[in-house]
Ligand binder design. Structure first.
Ligand code: AGP
Length: 606
């Protein structure tokens, strides 16, 4: 989604700005632009990617201050005019913005009544004009930004450059921004990852904060305080340069990284002699675990599917109600929140606006939320203040793979922790944890011998629609398989708990319709088998994911075996063939696997 990068210092700004936004390309965007003070403000914008922007830039400017942006369209089409940065009417102010201004239409009408002509269809441009009006009335840059943001409703991370003033001014409300500090230079970024090559000393702007930057100084203020103390923290995790190595795409690379990523996630977090997962960052005492009335797990997309699996694990192991809720639906439904309940907010990026909004609702109603997050220092991890990092390492492909399996691994550890304090015996706990320890090895075994993935791709690549089915803990795996195929190969997919097909989806089936069934060797396999028969009777072709050596294998037109495993841990393995099917189908269809159309890695707008 949209990204911001800015520089003020002693070096030429332009190459640094382009490098900064290139490092955030993985987030997904549709246009890009930069503005450099040279000493006149030069703005160059382009539809497409950063390389296309670079082609448009015919010279290297000497200017040492600049702002840059990649845009993921929300208001107004994908055009050069709508790309950021945006100038004010008098060209005294230029800015970039992440987020959505909800009252922009009303503000645009006010500007038009002052004969200010809007040049774009964006909600962003009005901010530049409002700041310019404040400047014109005699305010300094910081006060101009402050007075302007008081008029805005919605979310913003903005970075503003001025024709007649040296400083850059940034403001944050609902959209992350951080300042990187170095000797005689400052950086602004919406993503810590982009700052790593330049500095590890950063200041995370908090909600409502305004930062005024010169090359040697950062001053923080807020609408209520003239001065706020800046807390400099050291960035912990360096993603480094994510290289493709032997792989053609990041999605495939990340699928193959799952065994090691999972080892990393569980390492040091199991007490095998007690049969208990240890998640120190959650800071949950047994007494709290014992008294909690229920567990609620929140997430979007893949994280929601992991939440559904986590809920099933908690119910099975702790025998208390556990429910997974899609974050974007949470606050909408004015939820009843019990402050004693445990709320888990699950997110790879830690920046998903819908999940952040859900956490804010939980806090508002007096309860705590615990983050289950990949990106260290992200908004969700800081907002929750406690939780567990899933340690997947950088996930660059838009389609999430290794974060999904690590979310499940972390939730399995949590489920054994709460399970041991309430219901399961030590032996049961030990059994699950020992099996969990074996999963990376089993993943490697499967990746070495993947079965008939390419036959499945042949069946799917020209399909009109694909139905995914699973029962119990495999139902969310089926959903995840459908999401993966849909997002990278653009094939319409439906996913249902297998028992549900006879209540509607079976109407879709005709001769040759592909149906993917996830049927590990658990207590519900016999039910999945009934669904297979119902589908085959209507001419469907079955792609079956099953455990090796299992007699159900003869029921698939294409049968793909995963290693045998504990029935509660099967999602960690059954999902891998589904990820591979999605990947290879997308390649076969010539799709842009790592950057699927219209999608963003971090969805930072509600
Ligand atoms: C996954 O493949 C998707 N790209 C998407 O559904 C993603 O899982 C969702 O947007 C949530 O992201 P998060 O984990 O960063 O919060």
């Amino acid at each position: 989604m949209c990204s911001i990068f800015a520089y003020i210092g002693y070096r030429k700004a332009q190459p640094i700005l382009l490098d900064g936004i290139r490092r955030m390309e993985y987030r997904g965007y549709d246009s890009a632009g930069i503005a450099v003070k040279n000493p006149e403000i030069q703005v160059i914008k382009s539809v497409g990617n950063v390389s296309q922007l670079q082609e448009k830039i015919t010279q290297i400017f000497d200017g040492q201050t600049g702002i840059a942006h990649t845009r993921w369209a929300t208001h107004g089409g994908v055009t050069d005019e709508n790309a950021h940065p945006h100038f004010s009417f008098d060209r005294k102010v230029v800015l970039v913005h992440n987020g959505i201004i909800e009252n922009y239409k009303a503000l645009a009408r006010q500007l038009q009544s002052l004969n200010i002509e809007l040049k774009s269809q964006t909600d962003t441009e009005i901010i530049a004009h409002l700041i310019a009006l404040e400047l014109k009335s005699g305010k300094n840059p910081t006060a101009s930004v402050l007075n302007t943001v008081k008029k805005l409703r919605g979310t913003w991370g903005i970075c503003v450059m001025f024709a007649d003033h040296q400083e850059l001014v940034c403001a944050r409300f609902g959209s992350p921004l951080l300042v990187g500090k170095n000797e005689n230079e400052m950086f602004v970024s919406s993503d810590p990852h982009a700052l790593h090559p330049y500095t590890d000393r950063v200041i995370f702007l908090e909600e409502g904060h305004i930062a005024t930057l010169t090359q040697n100084n950062v001053e923080l203020s807020s609408p209520t305080k003239n001065s706020v103390k800046a807390e400099i923290v050291t960035l912990e995790q360096d993603w480094g340069e994510a290289e493709l190595g032997e792989f053609e795409h990041f999605m495939l690379k990340e699928i193959y990284e799952q065994p090691d990523a999972l080892r990393h996630c569980v390492s040091g977090r199991m007490s095998l002699n007690q049969g208990i997962g240890r998640l120190g960052g959650m800071r949950l005492e047994p007494a709290v675990l014992q008294q909690t009335p229920h567990v609620r797990l929140l997430g979007c997309g893949t994280a929601f599917h992991a939440a559904e699996i986590g809920a099933a694990l908690v119910e099975r192991l702790a025998r208390i109600p556990a429910v997974a809720t899609i974050s974007s639906e949470f606050k909408t439904n004015d939820p009843v929140i019990n402050p004693k309940a445990i709320h888990l907010a699950i997110s790879q990026s830690g920046e998903t606006a819908d999940t952040i909004a859900a956490i804010q609702e939980i806090h508002l109603k007096g309860a705590k939320a615990y983050g289950v997050v990949n990106v260290v220092g992200s908004t969700i991890s800081r907002l929750c203040g406690q939780g567990v990092y899933i340690h997947s390492g950088p996930e660059q492909a838009v389609a999430s793979t290794k974060a999904f399996t690590n979310m499940i691994a972390a939730l399995t550890l949590f489920a054994t922790q709460i399970g041991r304090s309430r219901h399961i015996s030590k032996d049961q706990g030990v059994d699950i944890l020992k099996e969990l320890q074996q999963i990376p090895h089993k993943m490697e075994g499967y990746l070495e011998s993947q079965g008939d993935i390419m036959k499945a791709v042949e069946l799917l690549k020209d399909a009109k629609c694909v139905l995914f089915l699973g029962r119990g803990i495999s139902a969310p795996v089926a959903k995840e398989g459908a999401l993966k195929l849909m997002e990278v190969a653009y094939i319409p997919c439906l996913a249902y708990p297998a028992g549900e097909i006879k209540h509607g989806p079976i109407a879709l089936l005709e001769e040759g319709s592909p149906v993917v069934v996830v049927a590990p060797n658990d207590s519900l396999q016999v039910k999945a088998l009934s669904a297979i028969h119902e589908c085959r009777a209507r001419g469907a072709k079955i792609i079956l994911i099953h455990e090796e050596g299992d007699s159900i294998s003869s029921e698939g037109d294409i049968s793909i075996a995963i290693p045998k495993c504990h029935e509660l841990l099967s999602p960690l393995l059954t999902v891998i063939p589904l990820q591979l099917i999605a990947y290879h189908t997308a390649v076969a269809r010539g799709c842009n696997v790592d950057r699927p159309r219209n999608l963003a890695k971090s969805v930072t707008v509600e």
